[in-house]
Design a protein around this ligand. Structure first.
Ligand code: ADP
Length: 628
């Protein structure tokens, strides 16, 4: 808040209090004899007594003779002169002649109207100040940042919070690795540039395109690139910004947005996170959210409202197409769906090439090697990776990004900030055994991803880490692979138990056990990989419709539920036994690896495998190496 507003807030109560004090002093309209107001009062009878006793020295008459201020000699106080106020009960003509006779100085003062004027002003000034103050306060907060306290007063005139870019400056070339999506969308550019080609043959130009894909895969960039290629303005708004406290605000925002868009047609309107407004209506406890439904209705009405060839194309993005209201997806609305998935190795390479353009990269770096190391990374992750590497390079005062920086950046992006290494001690030894436990299971089970490195340098929440090289772009995972992962995840706890005994196992395995439980339960309830058989016992909708799911719960009987539990337990128990066996059989190798790990802090995958091979047979792992 600005300082003058704070001052104003303080000033209001101070002015109010000041006003009342001032009223006390001036608001008596008749008697305005200045400081005389403070004189002590004396009764009329006493005044006459004093007069008789010759103790009055002067008399000043006020208000046409109704009040007097007199000066009297006080005999009790050493003849000191006192000022006293006397209310005269009636006009007493005899008084004046008596004063004259007794030679007492007297004077008469006129009635002062000035006081009345002040008083009227006084009565007015406070309300005026208050009104002016309030006016300023509301005006300021009304102009404030969105969501300020004045927002509530403004709900009638919605402030559409969309952004408009006349030229996005993004081209299809800037978006890499999503070739299929680009091909589909190239047509949209033609709709915008040459609509007559389609309308001439009676084709209706689609109004909406839904981009579906995980966050960071370049959906916003694609939408901008369409506008950029077609040279049209780009309006963007996020679905969540429609949803406000007051019912109807979202709807009026939608109206505003489309009014502006129509003025600027042909153009692209991009609605990010459309699932925030476009969820199935009527879902949730108590019938859902009125505001959201009204907003959605307005959006549907607007999309129906503009003719096929007004040149507005609405592009919406979501990563949850399954939760969208079916009315949004019917022909005439978002009838085109374009999937933007996480890039494959080729895609990653081309995204890296795009983002390496404006960075200094040393010659020794192979972008292909980076692409290989980063399965599952989205475009945003890769952009972030190169940026982190560039920051590290600058911090290390090097001229160009080298492979060490890339490696460090990958670790950082995946596992978080590097912490300070542990000092040697019992817990470091325990963590070393835990990690070597994971790594040795990973090395000795054929179906497990190979170890990339084991480290005791803490990152993020983890005190030590074992990295595995995930196999390239796996779409399907086999039962033996999941079992291998479960066994590997239990390797840490198994090592702790075998080396230190049951009483010494630690909380370090908490995260591992959670993963284990998830994987085992999914094997049983989703993938039909247990003795219960190939049945799916779980809907995939996740928790977005909490209300709906609660109400239509329990797709299976209690009997099945207890069978699921016992299957999960069996799977985990079997894998744990396997992990314990590996620990018992390879104790020597494990001890040596732990000593080496404590000494070096990090052991890389090849060295790890060589050492294990001296004690046991290391299975060959079948790796699918895709061509680039
Ligand atoms: P989304 O909208 O899918 O969440 P964005 O389009 O906002 O993702 O992407 C975020 C950032 O990630 C972009 O600014 C860009 O730097 C980078 N990025 C994502 N995908 C790509 C891609 N396919 N090609 C190049 N850069 C990409």
């Amino acid at each position: 808040m600005k300082s003058w507003r704070v001052a104003l807030l303080w000033a209001l109560p101070i002015v109010t209090i000041g006003f009342f004090i001032w009223q006390g002093a001036f608001a008596n309209p008749g008697f305005t004899a200045g400081n005389n107001a403070a004189a002590t009062r004396m009764s009329y009878g006493r005044f006459l007594d004093y007069l008789d006793a010759g103790r009055i020295t002067s008399v000043d008459l006020y208000e046409g003779g109704r009040t007097a201020i007199v000066q009297a000699v006080d005999l009790d106080l050493d003849n000191r002169v006192q000022r006293l106020r006397v209310d005269l009960p009636m006009e007493d003509p005899g008084l004046v002649s008596r004063l004259r006779d007794e030679n007492i100085a007297f004077d008469s003062h006129p009635i002062q109207n000035e006081g009345a004027a002040w008083s009227i002003l006084g009565n007015l000034i406070f309300p005026v100040l208050l009104i002016v103050g309030l006016f300023f306060l509301f005006r300021r907060s009304g102009n404030n940042a969105p969501g300020g306290p004045g927002q509530a007063m403004n709900f009638g005139k919605s402030k559409a919070r969309f952004q408009m870019e006349a030229q996005t400056g993004v081209m299809f070339d800037d978006v890499a690795g999503v070739e299929e999506a680009k091909e589909e969308l190239a047509e949209v550019v033609t709709f915008l540039k040459k609509p007559e080609r389609f309308t001439a043959v009676g084709a209706r130009i689609p109004k909406g395109v839904l981009l579906v894909g995980p966050p960071g895969t370049g959906k916003t960039m694609l939408a901008k690139a369409i506008a950029g290629e077609a040279g049209t303005p780009f309006f963007s708004v996020s679905g969540s910004e429609f949803v406000e406290m007051f019912v109807g605000v979202g709807a009026s925002r939608v109206r505003d947005l489309f009014t502006k868009a129509k003025e600027n047609a042909p153009c692209i309107v991009f609605v990010d996170e459309i699932d925030a407004v476009g969820r199935q209506r009527g879902a949730g406890i108590g019938g859902g959210n009125d505001e959201r439904e009204q907003t959605l209705n307005q959006l549907l009405t607007e999309m129906d409202g503009f003719e096929g060839n007004t040149g507005i194309i609405v592009i919406a993005a979501t990563n949850r197409p399954d939760v969208l209201d079916s009315a949004l997806l019917r022909p005439g609305r978002f009838d085109r769906q374009v999937t933007v998935s996480a890039p494959d190795i080729k895609g990653r390479l081309s995204i890296l090439e795009v983002h390496a353009r404006n960075k200094k990269v040393s010659d020794e770096i192979s972008l292909e090697a980076i692409a290989r190391r980063t399965p599952g990374f989205t475009g945003a992750d890769l952009a972030n990776l190169l940026n982190e590497a560039a920051i590290l390079t600058a911090r290390r005062r090097k001229d160009a990004i080298e492979m060490v920086e890339i490696d460090d950046a990958v670790d950082r992006v995946v596992a978080g900030m590097e912490g300070t290494p542990l000092t040697d001690g019992k817990s470091k030894r325990l963590i070393a055994y835990h990690e070597v436990g994971h790594a040795i299971v990973g090395t000795l089970i054929a179906a497990h991803d190979p170890v990339q490195k084991v480290t005791l340098i803490p990152r993020g929440q983890a005190q030590g880490l074992t990295w595995f090289t995930p196999s390239e772009d796996q779409m399907l995972i086999s039962r033996s692979q999941i079992l291998a992962r479960i066994t590997g995840a239990l390797g840490g706890r198994a090592a702790e138990k075998i080396i230190f005994g049951d009483d010494e196992v630690t909380t370090g395995a908490g995260g591992d056990l959670q993963q284990v439980a998830n994987m085992a339960r999914q094997m049983v309830t989703r993938y039909g990989m247990s003795d219960i058989g190939p049945v799916s016992l779980e809907s995939q909708s996740g928790e977005v419709f909490l209300g709906r799911d609660l109400m239509s719960r329990s797709e299976y009987s209690e009997d099945i539920a207890s069978r699921v539990d016992s299957q999960v337990r069996n799977i985990v128990a079997k894998c744990y036994e396997d992990a314990l066996d590996i620990m018992r059989d390879n104790r020597e190798a494990i001890d040596r690896l732990v000593d080496l790990l404590i000494e070096k802090e990090t052991i890389d995958g090849d060295e790890f495998r060589q050492i294990v091979a001296e004690y046991a047979e290391v299975p060959e792992k079948e790796r699918f190496v895709p061509a680039v």
